[in-house]
Design a binder for this molecule. Sequence first.
Ligand SMILES: *[C@@H]1O[C@H](CO)[C@@H](O)[C@H](O)[C@H]1NC(C)=O
Ligand SMILES: *[C@@H]1O[C@H](CO)[C@@H](O)[C@H](O)[C@H]1NC(C)=O
Ligand SMILES: *[C@@H]1O[C@H](CO)[C@@H](O)[C@H](O)[C@H]1NC(C)=O
Ligand SMILES: *[C@@H]1O[C@H](CO)[C@@H](O)[C@H](O)[C@H]1NC(C)=O
Ligand SMILES: *[C@@H]1O[C@H](CO)[C@@H](O)[C@H](O)[C@H]1NC(C)=O
Length: 894
Amino acid sequence: MRLLTFWGLISLSVLSWLPQFALASVLAIDYGNDFIKASLMKPGVPFDVLLNKDSKRKISSVVSWKRDDRLFGQDAFNLASRFPADTFSSLKLLQAAPFDAPVVSYYSKVATAEVSESERKTVSLKRSDGTEWEVEELVAMQFAYIKHLAELVANEKVVDVIVTVPPYYSQFERDAVADAIEVAGLRTLALINDGTAVAVNYAMTRTFATPEYHIIYDAGASAVVATVSSFTTAADPKTGAKGTHIAVAGVGYDRHTGGIEFDRRVREILVEAFNAKHHKDIRQDKRGMAKLWREAQRVKAILSANTEVVTNIESLAWDIDFKTKTTRQQFEAACEDLKVDFTKPIDDALASAGLTLDNITSVILTGGSTRMPMIQAALKEKVGLDKIATNVNADEAAVLGAALHGASLSRQFKTKPIKVTDIYVHDIQVSYFAAASSANARPRSITTTIFPAGSKVGTKKVLTFKRKEDFTLFLDYKKEIAPGFPTRMLEVELGGVTEAIANLTERGAVDPVVKATLTLSESGFVSVSDAFAYGEIKDESISGKLKGLFGGGSSSDEITTESADNTPPRDSSTDSESSSTSASSSSSSSAAAAKETKPAAPVENKIPLSIDVKFTTIPPMTVNQKKKSRSRLRAIDAEESAKTRREEARNTFESYLYRLRDLLEDEHSDTPFKKCSQTKERREIADKLQESFTWLNERGELAETSQFLDKRIALETLERPIIHRYQEIEAFPQALNNSQMWNWSTRLFLQEARQNLTAEIAADLPSKWTKEELDGLEKTLREHESWLGEWVEKQKSVKPNEDPVIETTEMKARAKVLENHLQKLYRRKVPKAVKKPKTTTTTSTAAEEPLETGSPDGESGSEDAPEGFGDEGSSENQIPLQEEGDGEREHDEL
Ligand SMILES: *[C@@H]1O[C@H](CO)[C@@H](O)[C@H](O)[C@H]1NC(C)=O
Ligand SMILES: *[C@@H]1O[C@H](CO)[C@@H](O)[C@H](O)[C@H]1NC(C)=O
Ligand SMILES: *[C@@H]1O[C@H](CO)[C@@H](O)[C@H](O)[C@H]1NC(C)=O
Ligand SMILES: *[C@@H]1O[C@H](CO)[C@@H](O)[C@H](O)[C@H]1NC(C)=O
Ligand SMILES: *[C@@H]1O[C@H](CO)[C@@H](O)[C@H](O)[C@H]1NC(C)=O
């Protein structure tokens, strides 16, 4: 039985695990500077934006500490003015930023946290207790928080995530996002440009009879981005199913204009007002500045609808109450110069797409800043009112689009067929030194734009080099992607060239070359994904000789383009060695296969080369750094849950104390507690209770979880006998009823069985039982009856506040013995006899039965120990328990 249950469990858990595995949910995160929005795709869970614990649809992008308590979202945001040094907001500004980049000093103007330089020369933030956290780690905490929220909804582990990024994000910033995802314990399904995600959301509910161009205009907290996309709905030539193709045609952006800058300027107005009025510099006071930052956001929001706002902050700093009025005019004057920055991205996007406004059907507004009248006015002026569309949810379109795209990538969901072709906005070039023409010549550097701005993502290019020695490829941005950011992305050394070329040459290859594959992945990561030496082994035939002139002896290297399959976001850039070898060995084996099928063609030969990636500028986190960060985060989680457990233990203990006190102090004398306890016991509990209250007051703050448990157990030990008595009193009638029922049933059975036996003996028919068997049952019955009679009598004289002399568990166990004995005989069948529940006996049928049956003895033996013998309920052969008044009557007699 036990074994069976064990195996039952195993197979059950395997079964329930498989479908979960096959239908893993997908999390989408729109990580903004001010707010995080998230969405979960899971079968059976309605597709919507994920709510946080306060049912908010958007979650402030803030993590903060109130002493030892870590907080997220609005709770964290609210702490900024009390704990300015422990509140970390606007982290998006700092992703991958070199410590000396201008954006870091800008950050210090808008945020209160202290920045410091990390090991990787990027930014860390310092808590007031001196601990430092890298930007990636703080972002990872927020991702982990979202993961936790999602897991509560999904009711399972959530691992796969798609995160939105601005299209202008460089390799460095994309690495920073991907590292944070990993440190949070998630897996990057993809990164998607946020304008593209909005386009997916837009296409979700629409079809496009003729191709249309739209501009997704996104004015957020830290940037303004315009994305020109084409939308085409067409039937799939193979399946006939209609699908929409979204192709990003151009992007324009300004990564220095956005809501934050407005907030900063509004705060400047407030700062000036304060300083002028009170002749002090509020900039010297961190808390005051944090309060003003919040006030600036409020003022900005109110000025969207009103023409003036009154500020009234009590005790802003130095106990000064600050009162001032800000008008929309003042605000707009202070921001006048930004107007053009808000519309220029539209021109840039159109220019890069090679289109004009005439080609655009509508300009779709998203992002919180598009609600500002000033921006709306600027846009109206730029594109005309009739083109402005507010038909997507400005806050949620990106995250919902990202979730849908993530679901289609994971291939586990049936989603509306939407194909996305995105582009990369920066020029990427590759350079290398030309092979030296003579020993003394200075090596000539050759530079090629390998992925020009506007290149489709998910593309591979193969470069061919006429090289005989190891060499290095330098991958760079052609232009600075943001002030203070480096242009150098990767240095990739191709190794083993000398040996490979020598090998090929020795085997007769004509002009062997080096081929390197550069990949621009769907998520916008650039890498050298494959490299090998290649040569055709010379074919001696004439046609072979003609074909064999590979590369024509020209010294120029060539580039060919292939479309990449859906490469994983970060390819081989982190562990290039292993992945490149495996990739190349598989391609060489396919080459070998090709050779077999075409024996006449020249023999192709590929020898894999090693790919050694160096990050000489802003390195992503190394595997070890990520591990370390992951365990730092885990340590906090563990600490927090230990704290939660301690608090729970403390609360349980405290409420237990109050409950006991109430029991003791209850004035009624007939409460179960009073009835079932003795004065001495109550006094003992009262003493211990007093002691516990004192301990809780004096030591409760510092005590450990186990102490709360121990103290509670000590009290419970005193209370337990009382509870036990009460429970026994409650359970007794039922147990007695049960016992009597079985003795009643047994007696009934015996009576009838003996009658039948006598009749059968008289008629010389086979019987189901022997006399001895019936006597045995009678003996068991008598034992049961006499035990019951004796102890029930004794129990009657026991007072409620004394321990019972018989336990209901024993009564049940004894009744079970009788029941089992009865069942054993009762279930025995005469073969083929139709058994009826015993009611009244009709002797006429009884006489026929044995005639139909063969050898009752042989059969009865096998029926003797049926499966599940003695189980309660279920068995159809079980003795039906009486429902009529008999039981009741028996009970009353006792
Ligand atoms: C854009 O509009 C111009 C002028 O209206 C037209 O000539 C051109 O074909 C359009 N381009 C596209 C791609 O629709
Ligand atoms: C060339 O390499 C192949 C394996 O790639 C190896 O089997 C062969 O021995 C090598 N030949 C020479 C001459 O090094
Ligand atoms: C005893 O059990 C019978 C049958 O389950 C029920 O009808 C009867 O009310 C019970 N009596 C008591 C005192 O529990
Ligand atoms: C059950 O056992 C009690 C002894 O406690 C006895 O008095 C009573 O008669 C028995 N009832 C039946 C129906 O046999
Ligand atoms: C006694 O015999 C009758 C008639 O065959 C039958 O219905 C009844 O179940 C028998 N009683 C017992 C206790 O087996």
